[in-house]
Write a protein that binds this ligand. Structure first.
Ligand code: GDP
Length: 295
């Protein structure tokens, strides 16, 4: 479905080279291809435009048109810029607390519960931690069951309190339980809704304020494109979160939401979810994402 951008640009520039003088306008033409690739990958229009303007300046400065493979050089420029835009090197999560408390936020269906399990599994198997999962969705009993299923799969204990309708009290009890029982990481899975609403925002803000987590993560479905950006902004305005988790990158999405979200909230993307299984988690690498977005 997706043509190789490098080939497209090479062709475009070679054709132009064959027709006499190569000008700034020709570069602009090829940058249209770049912009189209970004838009196809679901990058916000304004961001794509700003981005190609920046690349254009770079391209003019680097004599792209006199090089042997102008298309490839152009793609390299674009990849480097994209990588920088998405945040340079991968960033880990803050595990400094005793226990370290990680608060998960995001809409219902974004993959929060699944990712809570994946993260617990990752910390247990790769970082030698002893995590506790805490179920704080007081509205959907099925969500509590789901977290227990996940916990059983990975051999991680789940703290829940089915009769309790106060997520702050459950979070606090979960943290106290972790302290008393030697858990060094607490991952709190919270209730999401299908769209941003005031009650959900108030609730997550209240939990956040009460427990003061070391790390607040925002989970978002990469397939939701532009909506993902608006949701990220709403949650960031309330929580000033520490990082983004981009899920469902195993689907056909090119993942342009990564660029848009990073540009809008300026928070690092820390992990990606690449499937439903507990080991389908990867640290986010901007350079790999740039390759994926450009195809
Ligand atoms: P929550 O409502 O935010 O807790 O979302 P869930 O964790 O229940 O996930 C919603 C659905 O998305 C479930 O069917 C998950 O199996 C699925 N899911 C979660 N993460 C991924 C992922 O990275 N890839 C795929 N393909 N599916 C995922």
């Amino acid at each position: 479905m997706f043509d190789n951008l490098s080939d497209k640009l090479d062709k475009a520039l070679h054709v132009l080279k064959g027709h006499g003088q190569i000008t700034e306008i020709n570069v602009a033409e090829t940058l249209k291809e770049v912009r189209r690739a970004l838009l196809d990958a679901d990058v916000n229009f304004k961001i794509a435009k700003e981005f190609t303007n920046k690349v254009k300046e770079e391209a003019m400065g680097q004599n792209v048109l006199t090089s042997l493979q102008p298309g490839q050089l152009m793609v390299k420029l674009v990849k480097d810029e994209l990588t920088e835009l998405m945040g340079g090197e991968a960033e880990g999560i803050n595990l400094s607390g005793t226990p370290s408390v990680i608060l998960m936020s995001g809409l219902q269906g974004s993959g929060k519960t699944t990712f809570s399990g994946k993260l617990a599994n990752y910390l247990k198997t790769k970082k030698n931690k002893n995590p506790l999962l805490v179920a704080c969705d007081v509205y959907r009993p099925a969500a509590i069951d789901q977290l227990h299923v996940v916990g059983d799969q990975i051999g991680v204990e789940v703290f829940s309190d089915r009769g309790n309708t106060d997520p702050v009290a459950i979070s606090e009890a979960g943290i106290a339980y972790a302290k008393a029982n030697g858990f060094n990481v607490v991952i709190i899975d919270t209730a999401g809704r299908l769209a941003v609403d005031k009650q959900m925002m108030n609730e997550i803000a209240t939990i956040h304020k009460a427990i003061q987590p070391q790390e607040t993560l925002f989970v978002v479905d990469a397939m939701t494109g532009q909506d993902a950006v608006n949701t990220a902004k709403s949650f960031n305005d309330i929580l000033n979160f520490d990082g983004v988790i981009l899920t469902k990158l195993d689907g056909d999405t090119r993942g342009g939401a990564a660029i848009s979200i990073k540009s809008v909230v300026n928070k690092p993307i820390k992990f990606i979810g690449t499937g439903e299984k507990m080991d389908a988690i990867d640290v986010f690498y901007p350079a790999r994402m740039a390759e994926r977005i450009l195809g």
